[in-house]
Ligand binder design. Structure first.
Ligand code: COA
Length: 340
């Protein structure tokens, strides 16, 4: 059998109509070995397949023999499960076809197996279900009132944390060496590199994230990736491409500082600084200031897309947006990262 692109063995939730709401994969695999791929093909097959309990022993034995001890143990744990055990085996990096396939790709990102833009997520929004994320797990929205009543009758209260297509990352994956002030601010599918701190104001969307180490107190929209040693200040915004017509894929290079309440609609190269409160969009007209302090040229910010070593500020006397050579590139405060 052809080696699988990705494999997830997990446990999920369905609504009363039998439609998938979500799947949790404890240990997904990328670029699966020939032996493991062959074992999956023999016992389950490719695509999405629910596991019936009769198959558990043979699949666990096959995976163990193929060297996938962790995955074999996951299968063995399903013996008395009340959830829906599922195997999702993707032959290639195609766009997600169903909820289990979509969740597998989101897990690959948060497990750091692929970087943002490293896996095909075309059409993901249409595939995922809008779900009520509660203290009792994922619940279909049209089953909520019944479940709330049931909980009350049993002396409990059902707490709804969000209504969304994406759950909190930390309910599925907690990668090593990170801190997150408020778990609800990081969606499943975020990629947080080792040494990343996301403070309470920070936000990281799916298919977006940080190389690590980083200090994130601002918003990282879908598709944005931030390089090592960069700092996004409180309330800052790295613009996404999902809405608003922007088509530049925003990224931030290494050792940049995007100041508090600043924003970027262009990519930054390495060692760039954006003054606190300054929002640069692709169309912003920028005065280039040479090292002697005189205005050299005027350019559109999009022409500076991805360039390194720049300092952007709004001249507090004239109001013009200026771009200078960045003489003091940011250094992350080591103390803040030593305890992740
Ligand atoms: C843009 C920024 C980096 C400039 O800092 P800096 O390089 O230390 O600048 P300085 O304050 O030393 O100023 C250097 C010179 O530029 C001038 N200057 C600075 N900002 C200016 C502005 N907006 N308009 C006009 N002149 C300005 C200063 O007056 C000074 O001129 P001088 O040498 O003739 O006196 C800083 O203002 C900033 O916004 N930092 C972001 C901090 C932040 O938000 N961190 C995240 C926290 S959550």
């Amino acid at each position: 059998m052809k080696e699988l692109y990705a494999l997830g063995i997990g446990i999920g939730t369905k609504n009363k109509k039998g439609e998938w709401l979500e799947v949790y994969y404890p240990a997904p695999l990328l670029n699966v070995s020939e032996e493991i791929s062959a074992a999956i093909n023999e016992h389950v097959g490719s695509g999405t397949n629910e596991l019936n309990t009769e198959k558990l022993d043979s699949l666990a034995a096959g995976l163990k023999a193929a060297g996938a001890g962790e995955q074999a143990a996951i299968v063995a744990s399903f013996i008395h499960t009340e959830g829906v055990p599922v195997v999702c085996a993707l032959e290639s990096d195609e766009s997600p076809a169903d909820v289990p396939g979509g969740y597998l790709k989101l897990h690959l990102l948060s497990h750091r197996l692929v970087k943002p833009h490293g896996t095909n997520l075309d059409g993901l929004f249409g595939v995922l279900a809008n779900v009520a994320w509660t203290n009792e797990g994922a619940i279909a929205i049209d089953e909520l009132s019944e479940r709330k009543l049931m909980a009350r009758n049993q002396g409990r209260q059902l707490i709804v944390n969000s209504i969304d297509k994406f759950p909190r990352m930390t309910d599925y994956v907690v990668p090593g060496g990170i801190r997150i002030g408020d778990a609800s601010r990081v969606r499943l599918g975020a990629y947080l590199g080792e040494g990343t701190t996301v403070m309470h104001e920070g936000f990281v969307n799916f298919n977006a994230g940080t190389e690590g180490p980083n200090m994130i107190e601002g918003r990282i929209s879908a598709g944005v990736f931030v390089g090592a040693g960069s700092d996004l200040g409180g309330g800052s915004s790295a613009m996404g491409t999902l809405s608003g017509g922007g088509n530049i894929v925003i990224s931030v290079g290494k050792e940049c500082l995007v100041g508090a309440n600043a924003g970027i609609g262009i990519a930054l190269g390495d060692r760039c600084t954006v003054e606190a409160g300054l929002y640069i969009t692709a169309g912003t007209k920028v005065q280039m200031i040479d090292d002697a302090g005189t205005i050299a040229t005027k350019v559109k910010a999009s022409e500076l897309n991805g360039k390194s070593g720049l300092l952007f500020r709004r001249n507090s006397l004239t109001g013009a947006v200026e771009c200078l050579t960045n003489k003091s590139a940011v250094e992350l405060n080591d103390e803040l990262h030593a305890h992740n």
